[in-house]
Write a protein that binds this ligand. Structure first.
Ligand SMILES: C[S@@+](CC[C@H](N)C(=O)[O-])C[C@H]1O[C@@H](n2cnc3c(N)ncnc32)[C@H](O)[C@@H]1O
Length: 458
């Protein structure tokens, strides 16, 4: 087991974006909203590339204290009913503005907890999506489920509705950790739900884990990994705990002194890479693992892996239309986000408006840097001649300050020199957000405007 140099960890452990988009969400402005979205959809009407559809269900039945997602706790039946009707209205409104010939290649229901909806409500929403968009024959259709909120009826229905991928929130199996995050979810319960899912021909079952949670140690997480391996999911996402109590007040319920230190977090990550590797999982991108025959592994090796607001995906070249509160649509040169709160979102749709709240139009420079950061985070190399070809100038003219920073990262072991530029080392892969930050044009400006309150990179 490698041990990490403490000084080095401290040097690189700083706030930084996760780069699920570039420019990042804090740069979105309210001046860019529904008009810009409609105009862009009109201008790109004749485009033929596929859609990735995302639908956000904001409700959960109970609050997990670690949660960094946009969600509300609700147990009111009427909330659910009203919301389903409103989501359907939004789907109609947006779908009517786009070319019906464009196929939905990827569809994802996230949250919150999509299985918070009853099977009937879920069916209603998915059937609406299917009526308004043509799904391609090999579309990836996936859903996030909470094992505590997943009835046998749900499982049967998500199979019937054509979902072929299921993603389950697990986070950690240790009882102390679960208590400290307010998520009581015994191993036996998850095992039972996995057994139920395996009765149906889903292409892939994913599990989400988080490292950096309170009371986690190398030993406790090692046990969690063994239990996950026993359940044999096809994919695993291992997220770094985004501790952002200034954005998510409920995270204050987690005591800072219970959190593992940065060096222990990196050890946990390294242990995970080793242990999952021994169990036959390939480490993909910065936080995903998949079995060797999984399409994500092929995409990783043949350089077609892609990164968007949902993290890593195998399908590139798609534009994303997103429905529901806080959901972000990503067109090639425009990102727009819906109203953040459920009530603002519902009010907008009920008034007959689009729910768009804020966004950003991408400049040529944004597109250039976005592609570069995407490549870096998916391929783990910096290919100078490719960058120069895309940017139309010498690398040092395009990024006058980059070389010194990259060379320092070589000295620190994050990168190695390569005839074509730089390769990211195993250590650099764990700190890839720091490498990507070299190419972000907005970090200084965001710091000045006090907009850069990101989670820490380690
Ligand atoms: C949108 S959530 C939905 C999960 C689902 N509601 C459940 O309870 O299982 C998807 C995943 O985001 C991850 N996540 C949520 N908050 C996080 C945080 N603060 N830091 C890192 N990952 C987080 C968790 O792993 C979670 O399973």
């Amino acid at each position: 087991m490698t041990t990490f140099d403490l000084d080095l960890i401290r040097k690189y452990d700083k706030p930084g974006p996760r780069y699920t988009s570039y420019p990042t969400a804090p740069l979105f402005e309210e001046a860019v909203a529904a008009d810009a979205f409609r105009d862009e959809l009109k201008a790109s009407y004749e485009q033929s590339n596929g859609w990735s559809l995302y639908l956000h269900v904001p409700f959960c039945h109970k609050l997990c204290w670690f949660c960094g997602c946009n969600m509300v706790v609700s147990r009111v039946e009427q909330d659910r009913l009203d919301h389903v009707g409103i989501l359907k209205q939004e789907i109609h409104r947006v779908a009517d503005a786009v070319n019906p010939k464009r196929l939905a290649e990827q569809v994802h229901l996230g949250g919150g907890t999509p299985t918070y909806l009853t099977p009937n409500q879920l069916e209603d929403v998915v059937e609406t999506l299917r009526r308004k968009f043509r799904f391609s024959e090999d579309a990836e259709v996936s859903i996030e489920v909470d094992p505590r909120q997943l009835s046998d009826d749900h499982v049967r229905l998500i199979d019937q509705l054509g979902f072929n991928r299921v993603s389950m929130g697990v986070q950690d199996f240790n009882a102390d950790v679960q208590r400290a995050i307010n998520r009581d979810q015994p191993f036996e319960l998850v095992r039972d739900r996995v057994t139920q899912l395996r009765k149906f021909p889903f292409d892939s079952i994913n599990m989400d884990l988080i490292y950096g949670l309170p009371h986690q140690t190398l030993a406790t997480f090692g046990r969690t990994l063994d239990q996950v391996i026993e359940l044999s999911p096809d994919r695993i996402a291992l997220f770094n705990f985004a501790h952002v109590p200034w954005l998510k007040a409920h995270q204050k319920l987690i005591k800072a002194e219970d959190l593992p230190q940065p060096e222990e977090k990196l050890e946990i990550l390294r242990l995970s890479v080793d242990r999952l590797g021994e169990a036959g999982y390939v480490f993909i991108g910065m936080d995903h693992f998949a079995k060797e025959d999984d399409s994500m592994v092929q995409a990783f090796f043949n350089h077609s892996l892609h990164r968007n607001f949902q993290g890593y995906t195998t399908k590139s070249g798609l534009e994303m239309l997103a429905f529901g509160s806080s959901a972000i649509s990503m067109l090639d040169r425009l990102y727009v986000q819906n109203q953040h709160t459920v009530s603002d979102y519902e009010t907008a749709i009920q008034k007959g408006d689009w729910a768009t709240w804020r966004g950003v139009k991408l400049t040529d420079d944004d597109v250039f840097r976005r592609n570069l950061i995407q490549h870096l985070m998916c391929r783990f190399e910096i290919n100078l001649s490719e960058i120069e070809a895309a940017g139309g100038s010498a690398f040092d003219d395009l990024f006058p300050d980059a070389r010194a920073q990259l060379d320092e990262m070589v000295a620190d072991g994050l990168l190695s020199n390569d005839p074509g530029g730089y390769l990211v080392t195993d250590l650099g892969r764990l700190l890839i957000r720091n490498v990507a930050m070299v190419f972000d044009a907005y970090l200084e400006e965001m710091k000045r405007k006090n907009k850069a309150r990101f989670s820490r990179t380690v």
